[in-house]
Ligand binder design. Structure first.
Ligand code: HEM
Length: 529
């Protein structure tokens, strides 16, 4: 074997480059060779630099997100129009992020897929996450949304089961759409979302060319403490582009990270993506005139009754410098609202609000809010300190570092009170129950969405559903056909015919040899020859 001297650093030192140090600030004189007894080993245990290097490497990954593990992100700003449609925004909300036309608020965004693992293909038929964190003057505001405007379920209790069904089989680790359709066939409220997901809207072409939506219903609160219900929508100025399954397959064969690459490269070349933010507003009451519950996130709020009103725009103009610290460790949550905003009674929103910070304490650690990407730009004056990795700036302890409790007559921080703003105080008179809502209307909007698709989109929907369902148990097929028929008779009939045709094709294919690849019998490779 030829002698290899390349791993000897002594000749390759460039005097103009910054020099490598350990994390203790010591110079690293040799980063190629561990310390050994003689140059063939054994190795010594006091080799501090090696042990630090390898043990830090052993701990490089944090647990991936339990959902939305695959993602990418960028930084930019939100610019408010100071108005909601033609009206002053203050009529509806006192949130400062929306006041003063032209005011810019720094932000970061993370886009993602839902079910796949951290390096899974970005061409998946899956909703896309659209999470925005605004560093407002009143503290952080997170709008944790998706590209599609509705969701599969309307009650947070079902979320863990839904995700279990959507992820790979727990025994074989093989993705299996039958498990997903098994769950969905027993979840009629998912019919509407499935209609979007299996149409081309289920595979956005890139992150830059997709819409975003808060999906859940929030509240805006004005100076008088009056509240309205509000839904948020992001509209891409780049236009909306979706992929057919064939187009997605073609991209996936060459690139599993095309959406991350597209976003990163667009920002690098100065082609900054931009979205306009719209809201829909509704009075906060039961709305008996509607045939659905306005707090049901499987429903769209009809645009003709609740128009989209522009409130501002978002521009992404900076890429992360370090993906792990700025994007992977970013932590969004639906509980992160500022003054002038509030929670609605949307049962999904309420369940989500517990889940995000809970998982982040596990995924990143108790001090996850100390990380620069998560830390607000507004001052922090809290007594919630200590725990692992407490990287507090001593200034945060305030003028009297002896007082880390409240109330106190000796000093420390003081609660603010309402600061002249009347609080929003909803009142209730109802029994505590575990019950479904009164107006599920699981099929009305699903049928309407089916009929509103373009012809090519409807053809794709039928093809995609038929292919996926053909591999499912007959009971599941029948239940799904029933849901689609209740949404629209033509929809149910076409899926039924599509499944029948596809089952025949699969039966014919089963007779042929299905093992992929060609036999390689003659090579001596691997046999030491
Ligand atoms: C991420 C829970 C519904 C959008 C997550 C994470 C959890 C979670 C635990 C991982 C967070 C992290 O590790 O930082 C839930 C629960 C839901 C729910 C319990 C229902 C009860 C939804 C809905 C949407 C949504 C309806 C869309 C509006 C997102 C997004 C992320 C996410 C965009 C990724 C955030 C990021 O980029 O870090 N969700 N989720 N989730 N969820 Fe949900």
């Amino acid at each position: 074997m030829a002698e290899n001297k390349d791993n000897n650093t002594s000749n390759s030192v460039d005097l103009n480059r910054e020099k490598l140090t350990t994390r203790q600030g010591h110079p690293v004189r040799d980063n190629q060779n561990i310390r050994t007894v003689g140059n063939r080993g054994p190795a010594t245990l006091e080799n501090y630099h090696f042990i630090e290097k390898i043990s830090h490497f052993d701990r490089e990954e944090v647990p991936e997100r339990v959902v939305h593990a695959r993602g990418s992100g960028a930084f930019g700003y939100f610019e408010t129009y100071g108005k909601v449609g033609d009206e002053p925004v203050e009529k509806y909300t006192r949130a400062k992020v929306f006041s003063g036309a032209g005011k810019r608020t720094p932000l970061m965004v993370r886009f993602s897929t839902v079910a796949g693992a951290k390096d899974s293909p970005e061409t998946a038929r899956d909703p896309r996450g659209f999470a925005v964190k605004m560093y407002t003057e009143d503290g952080n505001w997170d709008l944790v949304g998706n590209n599609l405007k509705i969701f599969f379920i309307r009650d947070a209790m079902k979320f863990p089961d839904m995700i279990h069904a959507f992820k790979a089989d727990p025994a074989s680790n093989v993705p299996n759409p039958e498990r997903m359709f098994d769950f969905v066939s027993r979840t009629p409220e998912a019919t509407h979302m499935i209609t979007f997901l299996f149409s081309p809207w289920g595979i956005p072409a890139t992150y830059r060319h997709m819409q975003g939506s808060g999906v859940n219903t929030y509240k805006w609160v004005n100076e008088k403490g009056e509240a309205v219900l509000v839904k948020y929508h992001w509209e891409p100025k780049q236009g909306i582009r979706n992929l057919t399954q064939d187009e997605a397959n073609e991209i996936q064969a060459k690139n599993v990270g095309h959406a991350t690459q597209d976003l990163y490269e667009a920002i690098e070349r100065g082609d900054y993506p931009e979205w306009e933010l719209f809201v829909q507003i509704m009075e906060d009451n039961y709305h008996p005139e509607l045939d659905f519950d306005p707090l049901d996130d499987t429903k769209l709020w009809p645009e003709d009754q609740f128009p989209w009103l522009p409130v501002g725009r978002m521009v992404l103009d900076r890429n992360p410098v370090d993906f792990h610290s700025e994007i992977e460790q970013a932590a969004f949550g639906t509980g992160v609202l500022v003054d002038g905003m509030d929670f609605s009674d949307d049962k999904m929103l309420q369940g989500r609000t517990f889940s995000y910070s809970d998982t982040q304490r596990y995924r990143i650690g108790a001090n996850y809010l100390k990380l620069p990407v998560n830390s607000p730009k507004a001052p922090i004056r809290t007594n919630q300190h200590r725990g692992q990795m407490d990287v507090r700036d001593p200034k945060e302890s305030g003028d009297n570092p002896h007082i880390n409790y409240e109330p106190s007559m000796l000093g420390g921080f003081e609660e603010t009170g309402n600061e002249g703003h009347p609080p929003h105080q909803p009142s209730y008179n109802a029994a505590v129950v575990s019950e479904p809502i009164d107006r599920p209307n699981n099929y009305g909007q699903a049928g309407h969405t089916y009929r509103s698709l373009d012809d090519w989109e409807r053809d794709e929907l039928i093809k995609n559903l038929s292919e996926a369902l053909a591999a499912c148990n007959k009971k599941i097929q029948d239940a799904m056909i029933d849901h689609f028929t209740q949404a629209d008779e033509d929809y149910g009939r076409r899926v039924k015919e599509g499944i029948e045709m596809r089952v025949k094709e699969l039966e014919a294919m089963a007779k042929e040899d299905k093992v992929p690849g060609r036999e390689s019998g003659n090579s001596k490779y691997g046999q030491g020859g």
